[in-house]
Write a protein that binds this ligand. Sequence first.
Ligand SMILES: [Zn+2]
Length: 148
Amino acid sequence: MFDEEVLKDLQVSMDRITYYTCPYCGKRSLVSEATIVSQKYKTISRETKIKTGCLGKMYAETTEVYSAYNIRICKDCARKQGIRTKTIALLCWIILPSIIGFIKMSWVSFFCSIFLGLILSGIVFCIVEQKVDVEDAFEKNAIAPPTD
Ligand SMILES: [Zn+2]
């Protein structure tokens, strides 16, 4: 025997199993069609262990423990992010080194600017990265269960 309140609750839960709202563009989409991206939340601890090898050699091993969330984003936003990543990579890793190498007419400049491009792309990725507000994403049902 269901009263209206219970039915409404059931409807809401069924809705949350089926649908989520994309935290980037706000589009309501099917959970089954979501693209899941992992987003780092907070660094909990970071420690560096020194291991000694032979002949006085040292190995430093840094372990970072951080919390992360699986965010559901829609296919369109996933595609846009993919295109953006590829464009930045192409510009910084191939086009920029080619231009510098061509202007300087040297292979050394070309290879040096590949390293420069790697650093540059790291900076650009940090700048353009759009972090999702986790609380907002929870409300939108855009947090997927953790994966191992
Ligand atoms: Zn979207």
